[in-house]
Design a protein around this ligand. Structure first.
Ligand code: ATP
Length: 213
């Protein structure tokens, strides 16, 4: 372990591992419409700074908080996440929300993970913008029992939380899926803001050309 990892692990209040077979796993849920470098940077910083074993990217079927009619077809989002994490051996794709279908509640996902592997410790990674909404999350009290919250600073958002949370610092990036969609729609370049394999997929399939996502 690096000095930095040791320092961070002693600084923060990490729940103690219960058994030697405990795996420390990061969870990054999102709509990933599309996945971009902000997602990858935050996942990798949490992975490295907290010394986790792996990060599971979990695309939602239908997010509870979004009121737009429809997001992109779930198969396209899954394919893009797969492409985005391809060259990172410790990043995995989790299909539990897509397979469950319906509205994706983080609480149900954590419960599913916990039931399958009660010995594991889960770290729920949340962007700084979402941290403000935690009190409104469905079954938030249960969520904080099932996982350690990890907040990643995001530009324009304060480091405040009602719930115990580990803050991970990184140089903030303004990139969002919204910006990617809008930029494609207006004919701009998204090169370097998404992994090249994702950019090619968007281009080949002509995604986001119409203003409907
Ligand atoms: P949209 O613009 O469509 O709302 P998004 O860019 O926020 O999408 P999501 O898939 O909704 O992407 O986000 C998944 C998670 O990643 C959320 O917790 C979100 O806060 C976080 N996140 C996304 N982009 C960044 C970023 N640039 N910096 C920090 N966190 C981010």
């Amino acid at each position: 372990k690096t000095v930095l990892q040791n320092r961070i692990q002693t600084d923060v209040q990490v729940k103690p591992a219960s058994t030697s077979s405990t795996h420390r796993i990061g969870i990054l849920g999102g709509t990933f419409n599309p996945p971009h470098i902000g997602h990858l940077m935050m996942a990798d910083q949490v992975y490295q700074q907290l010394g986790l074993e792996k990060i599971i990217f979990i695309p939602d079927a239908q997010p509870p908080h979004i009121d737009r009619k429809e997001t992109l077809a779930v198969q396209d989002r899954v394919e893009m996440v797969q492409r985005a994490i391809l060259d990172h051996p410790q990043f995995e794709l989790g299909l539990m929300e897509v397979q469950r279908g319906g509205i994706s509640y983080t609480c149900d996902t954590l419960q599913q993970l916990h039931q399958a592997h009660p010995e594991n410790q889960y770290y729920l990674i949340i962007g700084g913008d979402m941290v403000n909404y935690l009190p409104k999350w469905h079954q938030i009290e249960k969520i904080v029992q099932l996982a350690q919250l990890v907040g990643v600073c995001r530009k324009g958002y304060e480091k405040r939380s009602t719930y115990p949370l580990i803050w991970v610092n990184m140089p903030t990036s303004d990139v969002s899926s919204t910006w990617i969609r809008q930029t494609v729609q207006t004919g701009g370049s998204i090169r370097y803001f998404v992994p090249e394999a994702v950019r090619q997929y968007i281009q080949e399939k002509g995604l986001y050309l119409k203003d409907e996502h």
